[in-house]
Design a protein around this ligand. Structure first.
Ligand code: AMP
Ligand code: TRP
Length: 322
């Protein structure tokens, strides 16, 4: 199965990134799968060069620490494969200004960024190119990326219609539970790298103590009944979903086992700590060997370019170039 997905090196990964995306990638990896540190995307918001340089390496290490195996699938940096930037331009001349203006992620980010960059607006075009370059069938992502995937499908179909059959039309694959992990302090808002309150997000690199503190302080409700109800009990439901996702069982079967919030939180905290501990350990080991990481990234980039090159050439020729 041809799979492509990517993540921005814009800060430490949290449980939403892990359960919504990265863990699905690990489960679905195969010789035909491509996982990308989309470092060009990180330039759409202000970021110090030294910070980006550090974070892109850290994200690559996190991918491997979480279980992506470069011996099985292709793991690489977006900026190492120039076809991404090249196809971006061709697609910018296919996608309309109006449809980009409807992207909710853009509207949310633009409202917060004064004098935002053009790249923030055209970001979904670059993303569409990422996916289309690999003749991707499935794109495992969290719920918040659905709209970007629709744009990608529209762009592919329009291109094929206008210039002849060139791109495969991909589909989003969203996990059955934890596709939208919520902030632990404000459970009506999604857990995020930038916006959350200090106790709202659990990061993969958090210490066991920090995890326990965040889970125990998570906002719930006062009716005292352990049952999933996203509308009326968003905080508790979020905890049940995180639990179910780590355990790989239905939300209801977790809820049935508990009568007290405190017991649920205690067990959840243990489950999160024990699930993340091996990742944290491997992560430190990997970061201690930067040459090894660089070698793996170079191999990944070469393998990615071998697939992306012919697709890019085909698209350029279809438009009358080359
Ligand atoms: P980002 O943090 O925007 O780079 O997202 C990287 C991946 O994590 C994407 O596939 C997102 O859909 C997913 N993701 C981000 N936040 C959440 C969340 N709160 N719950 C579930 N998935 C998420
Ligand atoms: N926009 C995605 C996010 O914020 C990151 C991304 C860029 C991506 N290119 C991609 C995800 C291609 C999947 C496929 O999470």
């Amino acid at each position: 199965m041809r799979i492509f997905s990517g993540m921005q090196p814009s800060g430490d990964l949290h449980l939403g990134n892990y359960l919504g995306a990265l863990r699905q990638w690990v489960a679905s990896q195969n010789p035909d799968a491509f996982y990308c540190v989309v470092d060009l995307h990180a330039l759409t918001l202000p970021i110090e060069p030294a910070t980006l340089a550090r974070q892109r390496t850290e994200l690559f290490a996190t991918f491997l620490a979480a279980g992506l195996d470069p011996e099985v699938s292709t793991v690489f940096f977006q900026s190492d494969v120039a076809y991404h930037a090249q196809l971006n331009w061709l697609l910018e001349c296919v996608v309309s200004f109006g449809e980009l203006g409807r992207m909710t992620a853009f509207k949310e980010k633009a409202a917060r960024a004064e004098g935002y960059r053009v790249g923030l607006f055209t970001y979904p075009v670059l993303m569409a190119g990422d996916i289309l370059l690999y003749e991707t069938e499935e794109v495992p992502v969290g719920d918040d990326q659905r709209q970007h995937l629709e744009l990608c499908r529209d762009a592919a179909q329009r291109f094929n219609h206008r210039y002849g059959e060139t791109f495969r039309v991909p589909r989003a694959v969203v996990p059955p539970v934890a596709a939208r992990v919520m902030d632990l302090q404000e459970p009506t808002r999604k857990m995020s790298k930038s916006l959350s309150s200090p106790l709202g997000s659990i990061f993969l690199v958090d210490s066991p103590e920090a995890i326990a503190r965040k889970v125990s302080r998570a906002v719930t409700d006062t009716d005292g009944e352990v049952r999933p109800d996203r509308e009326r009990k968003p905080g508790l439901t979020n905890l049940l979903e995180i639990f179910a996702s780590f355990e790989g069982s239905p939300v209801e079967s977790v809820a049935e086992r508990y009568t007290r919030y405190g017991d649920l939180k205690r067990d959840l905290s243990e489950l999160v700590v024990s699930s993340l501990a091996p990742i944290r350990e491997r992560y430190s080991e990997l970061l201690a060997a930067p040459e090894h990481l660089a070698g793996l990234a170079a191999r990944g980039a070469a393998a990615a370019a071998a697939v992306a090159g012919p697709v890019y050439q085909r698209a350029a020729r279809a438009m009358g170039l080359g």
